[in-house]
Design a protein around this ligand. Sequence first.
Ligand code: SF4
Ligand code: SF4
Length: 464
Amino acid sequence: MKVERIYKVFDEYRGLSDSKLRPTELKSEQFLKAFRELLDKKNNWPFLLPLRLALEACTHCGTCAEACPLYIGSGRNKLYSPVYRTDMLRKIYKRYFTLTGKIFRSLIGAKEITEQDANAMAEAAYRCTICRRCVLACPFGLDNGLVMREIRKIFAELRIIPEELKEEGVDNQLRYGSAPKISYEALMNILDFVKGEIEENRKNVNIKIPVDKVGAKYLIINNAGDYLSFLDTIRGIIEVMNYVNVDWTFNSPRTGVFDNVNYGLFYSDKDMLQVIRAHLETINKLKPEYVVIGECGHAYDVLGHLMKDLIPPEERPFKVIHIVELYEKFLREGKLKLDKHKNSEPVTFHDSCKIGRCGGIYDEPRRVIAASCRDFREMYPNREYNYCCGGGGGFALMSKYNFLDFRMKTYGKLKMQQIKDTAASTLITICANCKRQFLDMVSYYNLNINVSGLSEVLANALVY
Ligand code: SF4
Ligand code: SF4
């Protein structure tokens, strides 16, 4: 098969390279073997029930499409309706894994698996951000986002995974401690620089940055990308933690995997579990009471929620919270004296899918923002109905080929309008992934808005 033909196998965009798709080697037996394993309770017990329900109970009513930011943002392109993509797997399920499919396959529209179908499905699975907004709309609560992740899991068994998530993500993290390969020395230089910067701005304030402290009450694990691209967020965390004067620490590559991300979440339970185990090793060395997830959504989803299903309680003798929950606790305890007039420009807030819709955290960031900013403007819809930024599902990391165009011209376009309607000058988000997508959006659409974490906004409002 020629490269040009495969290039248009699903739509005009690409998330996977030709070498990954390996157009001449479909290996349908391997595909079916991996699919069969997903349908086995022993291998896939956390996800099997919602997978089976989505494959068997859908009435094709189409309600979910109108909830999907991809479908809406694309101008209602049928290729991007949730049920269209799930049908790709459903047809194979019916043909190979149901009795009727095996006996009467032509009558029920069940399909043989072809090379073209499989390649289209691999690309299609990387069009959904797994934001799970469609679940809220479906009368049966069917989860098309979960099905896309299950398809990614099948292709991961065939080693068809975007390199940004596998080689440059999980593999780097397990080998070097972080996806961007930050060394201990580089981290210490960065922290020294931030310390100097804060002390310069806040005269007479002596800043301490504990690193790898054993037994601290709060271990704050950051997204390593923040140390390189969002240093203001790191600065904000340090300022707030010094201000409240509690027992805390950051971790470093010396304790192992120090980056809170887990890109396995996006394509493989096996890789996700490997990263969780690496995180546990780090945490167990430092023995905190609380693991505080720095500003990152999918790290919070994995360590704060999914880990509970995968790791027995005796192996995780600590509590996991998102840093915004810690800030809100400090606020309730009266530990933060704030002047909201220090943040007088209009601000808006983006509910990250993994923290809001999947994590149930809506009020905490709003309370912190209300106490720190003079003019807070909601975007609409918000909370559980908020639109994904378009960087979820690993997309914020994926810009090769023409994938950046895809996420900007679909989700990005919808999100941009939502933000513009607020007329805010600062967009606050508490997820590093979302921040990356928003920075790309600002430059792609030439937007006049400042993208910020919550930590730096809060730090800016502190009264000394
Ligand atoms: S999970 Fe989100 S992007 Fe995926 S189909 Fe559902 S609404 Fe659309
Ligand atoms: S709303 Fe539910 S039942 Fe209707 S098409 Fe979507 S997934 Fe199927």
